[in-house]
Design a protein around this ligand. Structure first.
Ligand SMILES: N[C@@H](CCC(=O)N[C@@H](CS)C(=O)NCC(=O)O)C(=O)O
Length: 207
């Protein structure tokens, strides 16, 4: 029996897990099942496996389900017949985990910004929050332009970052390319990888 990945074609976190599966060589062992999720529209099937009601969730035959994307990627790494994508120790490990944390933060700030710009009813939006979340994104792009190690071998952090940046563009969130040539060049090259091309973003959030 195959593992099942509760997925969403417009979720950066779900795509991170699936791109990781492709890169780790385990994608063929997974059945991908799309689920819509929103804190305003309960999805009972997702809640039955993850009390946070979020995707991605990895359903393992005869074993307990896994969430969130960080844990799912770490698990796929242990199943991989290839080189590990989460370095085991030392500075390479902490760099990969820190970059993953940065990418998670980008997606979280982006989702929060979308609530304040397009998702929440107009009369409930709070402009200072829009500004605050946009500032986090801009400061993070600047940090990445300086800090991203473009020559490191492929690792979890790269996958998390590329899927976050692609989603940011897909959702027309504050742009990251202008004035950031290193980050832009790295992203454009990464976006051509077969794992990224096999997992295009599509669809609208249903709140
Ligand atoms: N930290 C989680 C975040 C997952 C997440 O926020 N997923 C969104 C889709 S992009 C979701 O299902 N949201 C539904 C909700 O917030 O109720 C991860 O990395 O997997």
């Amino acid at each position: 029996m195959a593992m099942k990945l509760f997925y969403q074609t417009h979720s950066p976190f779900a795509r991170k897990a699936l791109v990781f599966a492709h890169e780790a060589g385990v994608a063929r062992e997974i059945e991908v099942i799309h689920h819509e999720t929103s804190p305003t529209r309960r999805n009972d099937t997702v809640f039955a496996e993850n009390p946070l009601g979020k995707v991605p969730v990895l359903i393992r035959p005869g074993l307990s389900p896994f969430f969130d994307s960080d844990v799912i990627c770490a698990y796929f790494d242990t199943l991989s017949p290839k080189r590990r994508l989460i370095p085991k120790e030392g500075e390479p490990r902490w760099s990969a985990l820190r970059l993953q944390a940065m990418a998670q933060g980008l997606c979280e700030a982006g989702i929060a910004l979308r609530w304040e710009t397009v998702r929440r009813p107009t009369e409930l939006r709070y402009p200072p929050l829009q500004d605050g979340y946009a500032q986090k994104l801009i400061a993070s792009y600047d940090w990445l332009e300086q800090e991203l190690d473009v020559s490191a071998p492929l690792h979890l952090g790269h996958i998390a970052l590329a899927t976050a940046l692609d989603w940011i563009e897909f959702r027309n969130l504050p742009a990251f390319r202008k004035g950031r040539p290193r980050l832009t060049a790295w992203f454009m090259e990464f976006a051509e990888r077969p794992s990224m091309r096999a997992t295009p973003l599509s669809g609208e959030t249903k709140d």
